[in-house]
Ligand binder design. Structure first.
Ligand code: FE
Ligand code: FE
Ligand code: ZN
Length: 285
């Protein structure tokens, strides 16, 4: 069974997201932990969480993925902004434990002229301050497109961060198909090679989630503009191959395509329809 969902608005709470997911035939979803521009988080509602956990069990909603506000910068040159990123993420991780066993994704940050080495040092430092041995949440570094001075465009940079985190058992990677494509990894013509490289540099066991997006820009553009499935430079067939790749097909897939709910529903059904397509064909020629 393919685990796939999309990004949903968290404004109405967990149960509402769970129901929305089920309505569009998703069995997971992603959401922002708070306003993406980084405001204070809404108070958690224990009865909403309890109702969601029961609903998720009933409807077999798998691991959900929280996304940190994308404006946080753990490697800013400004110490106040680094503190803000650390405190916000620490608070998010405390809150995540109310829905145990899920994942929390964040953009490593932008080093803005300090150099990637300094950026990596700050990011790892922050993680060492906020990770707790007892936490059940896995923290994911997202692969980035390399726009501006983003850290995490290359697998090597992500590996470098992971290597410096003491409680690295609580860490993983979320691969964004638009970002790696824009970052210069040719997942259209060389998916096997890209995944082999990922395995050699980071290790596939660290890969915990996929952001499934098409890209408005060509390979290596360093732009990060998502497109609907089949409306970008990656294309529908390549994304179907991603979902079916033996190294990936067990992972949860999250659409972050520019869509309303009905558009997401259509992309989910497209992917479900083509899941294990090749295998089925081989069994019944
Ligand atoms: Fe992201
Ligand atoms: Fe993403
Ligand atoms: Zn993006």
């Amino acid at each position: 069974m393919l685990t796939i969902g999309c990004h949903l608005s968290s404004s109405k709470g967990y149960l509402a997201m769970g129901k929305e997911a089920v309505k569009i035939n998703a069995n997971t979803f992603q959401f922002f932990t708070r306003n993406p521009r980084g405001g204070s988080a809404k108070e958690l509602n224990p009865s909403d969480i309890e109702a969601f956990l029961a609903y998720a069990g009933e409807h077999k909603i798998h691991k959900i993925l929280a996304h940190a506000p994308y404006t946080l910068n753990a490697c800013s040159a400004d110490a106040h902004l680094r503190d803000f990123a650390r405190e916000t993420m620490a608070d998010d991780l405390r809150r995540m434990e109310h829905t145990p066993g899920n994942s929390y994704n964040f953009h490593p940050g932008s080093h803005v002229k300090q150099g990637v080495e300094t950026g990596i040092t700050y990011i790892a430092e922050m993680l060492n301050q906020i990770l707790r041995p007892e936490q059940t949440t896995t923290v994911l570094l997202e692969t980035m497109s390399g726009k501006g001075s983003e850290v995490g465009r290359t697998f090597e940079e992500l590996r470098e961060i992971l290597d410096r985190v003491t409680l690295s058992d609580h860490m993983g990677v979320c691969l964004d198909t638009c970002h790696v494509w824009d970052g210069g990894y040719d997942i259209v013509n060389h998916l096997d090679e890209v995944l082999t490289e990922f395995d050699q540099v980071i290790g596939l066991k660290r890969l915990k989630a996929i952001h499934l997006n098409d890209s408005l820009n060509p390979l290596g553009a360093h732009k990060d503009r998502h497109a609907r499935i089949g409306e970008g430079h990656i294309g529908k067939d390549a994304l179907i191959r991603v979902v079916n790749h033996p190294a990936l097909k067990h992972l949860p897939f999250y659409l972050e395509t520019p869509n309303e709910l009905d558009g997401y529903a259509a992309e989910i059904s497209l992917m479900r329809e083509h899941y294990q397509y090749l295998k089925t064909r081989r069994i019944n020629p």
